[in-house]
Design a protein around this ligand. Structure first.
Ligand code: GRF
Length: 212
């Protein structure tokens, strides 16, 4: 696919960046329908941002302290910066802040988030893996969903993959297997969004054959 035909995606990160890496690897395929054109973070020192920089992708870091502690101002700056880079889609790939109105408005219906549980179980926190283990579930997994105004980790579900909890699992072991599932799920979901194949009917989203 020619560079011009690919949908331009911005990515928000806060952590290690393994999901960003999975997205960038997917984008390397000639027929992948999206390209990562900008990566931004609330954490200037996070490894994910370093990865983007190393791959030559424009990066921005806006800690909320730099905008008077106002997350709406932060997201207004992020929206403007992503706009300057021509981003049409937005992916939260391990981003630990809540998306505010300026980003929701600019990217409405075009924001994906990945969460390490089978939503709506264990929503709304940074400890979904620990919570699943201590709750004693036999199956957990990961979810990619659209981000909207409806609350944290509550938007319409695009894709899910189940991951069994094994005897003797620790948070780290379980998290590692969930991560592997995320690296499949998130690039596939972005491809569906970028190629116009996500068909939304209220809360229900399905992946269609061709552009919606
Ligand atoms: C992932 O498990 C994701 O589901 C959650 O944060 C983690 C980020 O990992 N939102 P990484 O930074 O992509 O390695």
């Amino acid at each position: 696919m020619s560079a011009g035909a690919r949908r331009r995606a911005g990515v928000l990160v806060s952590g290690a960046g393994s999901n960003l890496r999975a997205l960038l690897d997917a984008c390397a395929a000639p027929d992948y329908p999206a390209a990562v054109v900008a990566v931004a973070s609330n954490r200037p020192g996070c490894p994910a941002l370093a990865l983007a920089r190393a791959r030559g992708i424009p990066v921005a870091a806006i800690p909320v302290g730099r905008v008077g502690g106002d997350p709406v101002r932060r997201d207004a700056e992020l929206a403007a910066w992503l706009g300057e880079h021509g981003a049409e889609l937005l992916v939260c790939a391990g981003y630990d802040r809540i998306i505010q109105a300026p980003l929701l408005e600019r990217f409405r219906g075009r924001i994906l988030n990945v969460h390490p549980s089978l939503l709506p179980a264990f929503a709304g926190g940074m400890h979904a893996v620990e919570a699943a283990l201590s709750h004693g579930v036999r199956v957990t997994g990961c979810t990619v969903h659209l981000v909207d105004e409806g609350g944290i980790d509550a938007g319409p579900i695009v894709a899910q993959e189940a991951v069994p909890v094994l005897p003797g699992d620790t948070p780290d072991r379980l998290r590692a297997r969930i991560h592997e599932a995320e690296w499949r799920l998130l690039p596939a979901a972005l491809a569906s969004l970028a190629s116009g194949r996500l068909i939304q009917d209220g809360r229900r989203v399905r992946v269609g054959e061709g552009p919606a």
